[in-house]
Ligand binder design. Structure first.
Ligand SMILES: Cc1ncc(COP(=O)(O)O)c(C=O)c1O
Length: 390
């Protein structure tokens, strides 16, 4: 892969002078750079050790410098969920997968990506095949296709081998599309890592049925793309999978640590917050509420709260308003004071990232850089006209 951004992970938009964490207005996302580097290296090493292609999902970081860091570690390409992620990421990557069926204006945005980028899209319907195929033909731009399989999540994907064969044949027969493989997302497997065996065995059996039928039809997929962060470390036990797409692993979060897919000190992103009130007994209120943490439940393990406090791991944000987070102090002797700052490990880090314009790259209490979350939002290609309605 070539990359326009060749800088190290420590590159970004450098502030006029280094600042300490104390100077940052809260709430704010802090990213411990050494932990990100470790997370990136560990997954790249795992992929290499097992001969697997890694195609990380950028929806977790939405930050081109991190995409570039993933590419430097030898990934085969990157995965996106939105046209904006594709457009921003195309600055650093030349092989992109849209893991979301495109329709309407989104298709034109795919077609309009730089010609240097190999574009693949996942889909599960004849309608999307025909729509993308027509746009690709009109633009004389071939698009690669993964046919999406449902192996248990019940979100997208065809549910039977016969349907997979029919779609793969329709793609193969198209003049502008290339049948590049199949994909699936094992989002139904969120148990603790050491309790996933039964579901992974079922997944392997279902995949074998799908792929056997495709082979018999002369449509053997050259890529079988799957994987998530919860199942990442089991990917080598899925013998038919050739490529995996974890996203969350780059930062990890309280859920990922809760199910044992990372250690607590692999959580690289925390939300810095300030205690603003202790007036009501038994609790402290911080300035990080749902608009900073996201209202995400824990999944896969039975645990309360919307985030845990670094250094007080059993203490959680137990309730939130939009801009208030209530820390429950009933089970601890710790008594934070107004003005104290805390770092909160969020339940689901991807939601936190997309709520922020920038990430503060830190080394302990030192802010080393500021990384724009460039691919956030749903910016459309339409320029706003004059506003007269009000
Ligand atoms: C299609 C697809 N692939 C890959 C991923 C990455 O999974 P994770 O965030 O568990 O790493 C996601 C996450 O939502 C996804 O929807």
């Amino acid at each position: 892969m070539t990359t326009a951004h060749t800088g190290e992970i420590t590159r970004g938009v450098r502030s006029a002078q280094p600042v300490s964490v104390e100077q940052i207005q809260t709430p704010a996302p802090l990213v411990e750079v050494s932990r990100v580097v470790r997370n990136l290296d560990r997954m790249a090493d795992y992929a290499r050790a097992h001969g697997l292609q890694l195609r990380p999902h950028v929806k977790t970081h939405k930050t081109p410098v991190i995409g570039a860091a993933q590419i430097r570690r030898g990934v085969v390409g990157l995965t996106c969920a939105t046209p904006r992620e594709m457009e921003i990421t195309s600055d650093v990557a030349n092989d992109l997968l849209l893991a979301h069926p495109p329709m309407g204006v989104k298709v034109q945005r795919l077609i309009d990506l730089p010609r240097s980028v190999s574009v693949t899209t996942a889909l599960d319907s004849a309608e999307v095949i025909d729509h993308v195929g027509a746009a690709a033909l009109a633009a004389n731009r071939p698009i690669r296709v993964y046919v999406e399989l449902d192996v248990g999540m019940r979100r997208v994907g065809v549910g039977t081998p016969a349907e997979a064969v029919a779609l793969a044949r329709r793609v193969a027969d198209s003049r502008s599309l290339e049948f590049a493989g199949v994909c699936f997302y094992p989002g139904h497997i969120r148990e603790p890592v050491d309790a996933q065996g039964r579901k992974i065995a079922q997944l392997n059996a279902d995949l074998a049925d799908f792929i056997g039928a495709l082979e018999q039809a002369g449509l053997a997929p050259s890529v079988v793309s799957g994987g998530s962060t919860p199942t990442a470390w089991h990917t080598h036990e899925m013998p038919l999978v050739t490529e995996f797409r974890p996203g969350t692993y780059v930062f990890n979060d309280r859920t990922t640590a809760g199910i044992g897919a990372c250690a607590a000190d692999d959580c690289a992103l925390t939300v810095l917050a300030t205690v603003v009130s202790t007036a009501v007994g038994g609790q402290a209120v911080v300035d990080a509420g749902a608009k900073a943490l996201g209202r995400e439940p824990m999944r896969g393990v039975n645990a309360a709260g919307f985030g845990s406090i670094v250094g007080h791991d059993d203490v959680v944000v137990s309730a939130m308003s939009e801009e208030h987070g209530t820390i429950d102090l009933s089970g601890t002797s710790w008594r934070p004071r107004v003005g104290d700052r805390v770092r909160i490990v969020p339940n689901h880090v991807c939601i936190v990232v997309h709520l922020n314009d920038v990430l503060y790259a830190v080394d302990g209490d030192r802010v080393t850089e500021v990384w724009p979350v460039e691919a956030r939002g749903r910016v459309t290609p339409f320029a706003p006209g004059p506003i007269t309605a009000l």
